[in-house]
Design a binder for this molecule. Sequence first.
Ligand SMILES: [Cu+2]
Length: 134
Amino acid sequence: MKKLSLPLIILLVIFAVVYFQSSPAEVAAQTKFQDESVQMIVSSNQPTASSMHENSFALTLKDTSGNPIQHADLQATLVMPNMYCGIIPTEIVEDEPGTYQVKGIPVMQGKWEVQITLKTTSKLIHVKHPFIAD
Ligand SMILES: [Cu+2]
């Protein structure tokens, strides 16, 4: 068996590093938030969103004891960071106790965020869930 040459090995290592860095945390399939009263998980329901089509995101809300938070005062918009192409409204439906579906249409390809605001009795919580639209 032929030995791999050192330059080839170095190249392979560089490719591996670049490859693993190309799936950065900023497009993670899930965004988790937790503070002293609330835990929120936001998940993309599709690996890559489709621009000009409706896409959805599942949002689960629990208190710190793990009980679902129902009828939450939630708002969410779709926004492209660093662009001025508009703030896209979403529809939010609670389909199971404490589980909400956020639906909206990203109007162009690129990097987007679902920007979520949860209003509790004591404060506003802001969570950003990044996603990519093709
Ligand atoms: Cu844009």
